[in-house]
Ligand binder design. Sequence first.
Ligand code: NOJ
Length: 550
Amino acid sequence: MADFGDKVVYQIYPKSFRDTNGDGFGDIPGVIEKLDYLQELGVDYLWLTPFFPSPQRDNGYDVADYRSISPQFGTMEDLENLIRQSRERGMGIMLDMVFNHTSTRHEWFQKALAGDEEYQNYYIFKEGTPDHAPTNWKSKFGGTAWEYVPELKKWYLHLYDVTQADLNWDNPGVREELKEILRFWKEKGIRAFRFDVINLVSKPGQMEDDFEGDGRRFYSDGPHIHAYLKELVKDAGIADFVTVGEMSSTSLEHCIRYSAPEEKELSMCFNFHHLKVDYKDGDKWALNPVDYKKLKELFVEWQTGMQEGGGWNALFWCNHDQPRIVSRMGNEGIYWKESAKMLAGMIHFMRGTPYIYQGEEIGMQNAHYPSIERYRDVESLNYYQILLEEGKTKEEALEILAARSRDNGRTPMQWNGERYGGFSGEEPWIPMSAAFRKEITVEAQQNDEDSVLAFYKKLIAMRKKYPVIAKGEISFLETETDLVLAYRRELGEQQMIVICNLDGRKQRVIVPGERSGWRILLENYKGREIPLEEMYTMEPYEFMVLGNVK
Ligand code: NOJ
């Protein structure tokens, strides 16, 4: 197993990162151009979301060919350059493998459609009549999860868009194809993989209607998932790679198994429970305030549970599917900077490997699009219609999208104060965030010691400097209110305490314990005193790390 406790991963959504050829669409040369910036930030791996040939119905998560590069993004030579130049700077490239489904444009699916039964068996086709889908399961992008092909008199399963057909992992030939793809990229010098919704790939042999939910309980962490992962990792020869599985609606027990080293499955897992604490009864498309009690409970459960079970967490707030965290749980107004830093610090000192999503390190905010025309994401466009059909007004539907759309995380990276943020000289494929302003750019923050960017650099540097962050035990401290989160990290004599005020009001806390020889290691307000045994008043979104480490 790879050693990854002190590593930090930076996620790049190439389409929105940097456009070098003026087509409004980010590209691989754009990533190369920014390698010095990334090296200076101090990150170890660059996770690039898919840049393979794709109809882009789901922005590249609909892969039509796993072994080449879409011309929109560049060439194989560009990628080879990127791998080499990253390596020279001490960074590895993490590829995003979308193995639950392929695009319906993939040649396997095309052969299946043409009547080739061998290839139909690559997917989940079921005989039937057009009036009756095999099950009542729902697609995660809205509507049914089945599509009828009249020429074949068969339905195929798509848990996502209708153009993303689910692969049949019960077919050993499919598993062999996927291993070959991994070997191909390994040969090219790739040393890390992210696996898209990997816990959904093992479907039940018998498929039945779900009268309680959308079907996910039958296929999430499905029947053969652990065996399939072990086989994939072993046969593709990637056991010593850094691997992260995206786990949809998963459980702690399964994530321990996915990531405990002795299981030889993956290095770590993404789970999303902490990003559903503002859903109403689990519904992403119904707004609710953040439930801080729940949020704390989830961190306690996953941090201590993974520790006890020997599993490993991927730590993250943001990615290309999530709204910006500072808009979601922080403050876009006068406490923008303090809250962006607090939220970052809160997870970076936990037990696990932190992921930073492009723009998070400068405190980028949500898109704040005023009209539906600005949105691009298939999920957002589908749900806009669904919300209208459910009787919401356009204003209400837009308000929901403004909070929940995946496009919030996909607006162009803000490098400088130019019209298109230095992302491109031409109009980008997706509009800039309406909250784009000069302060929230790399250029403005690069030479400012007090910036959000400088804070992220400190977080990364501290992880490398103090083994207690990478290897220490974690335990949570009792606080008077759910609006304060506090935890301790310990490694032998070395100790740290992290305290976060999650709220925009002052909070009173007691931080118990003897503090002689301790000092403040990091804070987001200047000149604060080390809290003593008595009550301590925290400023809005205040964050502090205390410790006795040398
Ligand atoms: C998870 C990816 O992060 C998301 O962007 C995509 O739409 C789905 N998986 C389907 O591939």
